[in-house]
Design a protein around this ligand. Structure first.
Ligand SMILES: [Zn+2]
Length: 153
């Protein structure tokens, strides 16, 4: 397993940030699965490593955010994950078949913040004041809503 932060630094200047390559380079398995629409994805322990699954039916921008969110659980919450945790559309465990009482709303917020930081790196959002939210969202492979929140627009 590689240090996730070193891997991220290697890929951070590409557009869009290649989250799938980052996850696989860290040493985690990543799969796109036929999941219920109410489920964004999950992370589960497999042997000594973890496996991330993302709902293949969701829009590509949501799939990228989900993948980054699950990587955030691995980076920040490995010691709490146990066998793993599921994420519904709101990135909470409610309604998933992978409940985990140790993963609290604050941890979900940390995973969301991690995802935003990875997909829309702060250092790449300097000097973009004259660009539209839609144009930036396209470049970074995120939804306009996610970019709007990130930029505080
Ligand atoms: Zn989560």
């Amino acid at each position: 397993m590689k240090d996730p932060m070193l891997v991220i630094a290697e890929y951070w200047d590409r557009s869009p940030v290649p989250i799938e390559a980052i996850i696989r380079d860290v040493g985690l398995d990543l799969a796109f699965e036929d999941l219920d629409d109410s489920i964004s994805g999950y992370i589960e322990k497999v042997g000594e490593t973890y496996r991330i699954a993302v709902n293949l039916h969701h829009a590509v921008t949501r799939r990228r955010f989900t993948a980054a969110h699950e990587l955030g659980h691995y980076v920040y919450h490995r010691d709490l994950l146990g066998n793993g945790v599921g994420d519904n559309r709101a990135y909470r465990t409610d309604g998933t078949n992978r409940p985990n009482p140790k993963i609290r709303p604050i941890h979900e917020r940390q995973a969301n913040a991690f995802a935003a930081n990875i997909l829309m790196p702060r250092h790449r959002l300097i000097g973009i004041e004259n660009e539209t939210t839609e144009c930036l969202a396209e470049r970074f492979g995120v939804s306009p809503a996610a970019m709007r929140i990130r930029l505080g627009r």
